[in-house]
Design a protein around this ligand. Structure first.
Ligand code: ATP
Ligand code: MG
Length: 584
């Protein structure tokens, strides 16, 4: 590819909403352009990366025995209603009504449609296992699209779905995809860690998340130093805190006037105490009958909605609206507390951390009042028919799991695998006839990878002050040939010759034949991050040499003109070497 007529699109300005390196660099390097909040156009350079990632994913899916199909992005709402996921996805689900009044969903994922496709094509145990996948656009009306293509509204996902006869086969399909994912990330040159994850809206029984460790990630992963345990924060379990020693003479509850916002920090400042002595009380509603749930966690702890959902058997609770909170507590939001409240709600969840407190402060169920000297077990019960003490909070610094200290790291989720069981197959009739001719429900797994997220993660992991440093497997080009003096005919001829020879060797090479100053061309080369650059210039050519530079190394090397192509080929092989999967 010659760059003279290529839409290169490198720019100097960084848009103000681009907070992280990958977002800034993708725009500066002319990979993407923003169309609207959370939607992007890919320019030629960016699309080349996308295509390379897709090709790696496709090869690994095919090698794992999965078969590619293509499903519609516009899907009938009825299918989503059949599984109840029209509700579960909430406002993230994009939909529209067509001219005939039919409701359609813009696919955020495709369990429903793929299950129906599988149900039609699968009839006998002899066909199983089957794994069908697609690579296409997904739409999610994300509450807060940000970080460029890391969290966009439209994105490209590879989603695969396995249909299995029993648990053992499902486990094999799951492991098979798990291993294929390891290959994908290795080949794309992105570092990753695998952690246990919560199944979220997908449902099902087991899940792992593939996470690229980096500071700008929105996910938090939690692990023990020996890595015997690793989970994302939504899932990470914590040991119950040991009960605090109770002082001998705790006074009776006292009511304290606490004017102000009711927020933990301001109340603590007022009471001259710390958040770990506060008992936060939050009211939720859940289920079709809108039952009420009071949740107690320590003021310094964060409630974990996924753990609440698990504890409610898969029903996601929602924070109760103001009028319900006011009716139950008799106070404005911010002043709810456990004392005297439990009889008025349907369920009570008390975090272990609250149960372990010797004495603390809580809301008084009276606007602008708190109470002190609150003793769990004395002033409110820790057991009862609808009262449970359990783990409902996020792991925090200082916590342990199975006695081992928990550590924390931020990361970007690039892929996730799920065992779905019969959640979709049962509702949508994916069945097969077993050996004895009996009808059985398929078990399923689903497996997603974010193509754009891999691209942005690779940049997060590998860039410097000058620009991107692509792993060679997903770089827009493997080599960039450039000229320092484009108007010099000899220089141009030497560069053209190297370019042609590399093309003949099937190398993905770009030739920067633009009539630009050398400085501009070098800056662009560093910015777009092509792994290897060959520069032909008057000065070196006078000595019969050209310059070869590996993008991620600081030093360049001069080689004889007639050795340029061979040296480049060696370096290319070296760069590829570390991304190759060894067969065992
Ligand atoms: P998140 O928790 O980040 O919202 P998710 O768990 O909802 O993601 P999945 O349903 O597991 O996402 O989708 C599979 C993959 O699709 C994710 O692992 C991620 O790589 C990608 N993905 C999901 N949402 C987005 C998005 N808004 N923008 C870009 N990629 C996304
Ligand atoms: Mg996920």
């Amino acid at each position: 590819m010659k760059l003279d007529k290529f839409i290169l699109g490198t720019v100097k300005e960084v848009p103000s909403d681009a907070e992280i390196s990958s977002h800034q660099l993708m725009i500066r390097a002319g990979m993407i352009r923003k169309v609207a909040s959370g939607t992007y156009a890919y320019l030629p350079l960016g699309l080349r990366v996308i295509h390379k990632i897709i090709e790696i994913v496709r090869q690994e899916m095919d090698a794992a025995g999965a078969q590619e199909v293509l499903l519609p992005i516009v899907q009938p709402m009825e299918l989503w209603q059949a599984t109840g996921r029209d509700q579960d996805y909430g406002q993230t689900l994009g939909y529209f009504t067509d001219r005939h009044g039919r409701e359609n969903v813009l696919s955020p994922t495709a369990e429903e449609v793929m299950t129906v496709v599988g149900a039609n094509e699968i009839s006998s145990y002899k066909q199983l296992p089957v794994n069908l996948y697609q690579i296409n656009t997904k739409y999610r009306d994300e509450f807060r699209p940000r970080f460029g293509v890391l969290r966009s509204r439209e994105f490209i996902m590879k989603d695969a779905y396995s249909f299995d006869a029993d648990e053992i086969m499902l486990e094999q399909s799951y492991r098979n995809m798990y291993n294929a994912y390891c290959n994908v990330f290795k080949r794309c040159g992105v570092e990753y860690v695998i952690v246990e994850a919560e199944a979220g809206e997908m449902g099902g029984s087991g899940s792992h998340q593939f996470t690229v460790p980096c500071e700008s990630g929105e996910d938090v992963i939690v692990y023990t130093e020996d890595l015997a345990y690793a989970a994302n924060i939504e899932k990470a379990a914590v040991d119950p805190l040991s009960p605090e020693a109770k002082p001998a003479d705790i006074q009776a509850i006292t009511e304290i006037h606490t004017p102000g916002s009711g927020a933990v920090e301001s109340v603590c400042a007022f009471l001259k105490t710390t958040p770990d002595k506060m008992i936060k009380c939050m009211i939720y509603v859940f289920g079709p009958e809108n039952k009420t749930l009071a949740c107690l966690v320590r003021g310094d702890h964060e409630l974990n909605p996924e753990k609440l959902t698990q504890a409610l058997g898969g029903t996601a609770p929602e924070l109760a609206p103001e009028d319900i909170v006011e009716r139950l507590t008799g106070a404005k939001i911010g002043y709810a507390g456990p004392v005297g409240l439990f009889d008025k709600v349907d369920r009570v969840f008390i975090d272990h951390g609250v149960a372990a407190l010797a004495v603390g402060y809580a809301g008084a169920n009276k606007t602008e009042y708190h109470i002190g000297n609150v003793v769990p077990g004395r002033d409110f019960p820790l057991a009862g028919a609808d009262i449970t003490v359990l783990d409902i909070r996020n792991a925090a610094q200082g916590d342990t799991w199975q006695g081992k200290r928990l550590l924390f790291k931020r990361g970007i989720e690039v892929g996730q695998v799920f065992k779905l069981g019969d959640k979709y197959s049962k509702k949508l009739g994916a069945e097969y006839l077993d050996e004895s001719g009996k009808r059985q429900t398929c078990l399923m797994g689903c497996y997603g990878i974010g193509i754009n997220r891999i691209m942005a993660s690779a940049i997060e992991l590998s860039h410097d002050a000058d620009g991107i440093i692509w792993p060679i497997s997903i770089a827009p080009f493997e080599v960039l040939v450039t000229t320092a003096n484009p108007n010099d005919e000899q220089v141009a001829a030497a560069a053209e010759k190297i370019y042609q020879e590399l093309l003949e060797k099937d190398i993905d090479v770009a030739y920067d034949d633009r009539n630009q100053r050398a400085g501009v061309k070098f800056k662009d080369a560093d910015l777009i991050g092509i792994p290897l650059r060959i520069t032909v210039g008057r000065k070196t050519l006078d000595n019969g040499q050209v310059e070869i530079k590996v993008r991620r190394q600081s030093e360049s090397q001069l080689v004889d003109l007639d050795m340029a192509v061979d040296t480049a080929l060696d370096k290319i092989t070296e760069l590829w070497q570390e991304l190759i999967i060894e067969e065992d």
